[in-house]
Design a protein around this ligand. Sequence first.
Ligand code: HEM
Length: 130
Amino acid sequence: MTGFLLVLIHALMSFVLFSPGTYGKFFETDGTLTLLGGLSMLGGVLAFVVLWGYNTSFQTFLREDKAFIQFITSRTFLLWAMLLGASHVFFMGYEGWLSPAGWHGGILPVSLVAFAFLAIVYIVNLLGRK
Ligand code: HEM
């Protein structure tokens, strides 16, 4: 629930700010999304919807459905869901990750920090969760 609320704030703020003026790297000169911008936003929106559905399931009649709850809390489902969030930050940032000269103030890009955390959590779930 905490994760969902944080992501909700992030998504609402992004919707307000999302324009070529603020996020030029996601847009072509004609105002349409670049391929990487589009893939990144698709991953973000799908991750958001899955997280929303995941949270909602525990507050509806679905929580009585043992098979469904077992499925959405399974390793397979969570690993697929995590890929959506990973694709969101990967497509948005990977071009810049390999050129430290371009990092703002020489600081690690947030998208890279997020991707690194996600990769660690992904591996822990892959190896550790039954
Ligand atoms: C409706 C859904 C979403 C939209 C519209 C959206 C939009 C954006 C935008 C525009 C950025 C670029 C920010 C920047 O470069 O300063 C961004 C970055 C980011 N998003 Fe999302 N996002 C969504 C969902 C998510 C979800 C579900 C997660 C987590 C699982 C997430 C995690 C992140 C992270 C970690 C960054 C990197 C921050 C950065 O580089 O500054 N987003 N998102």
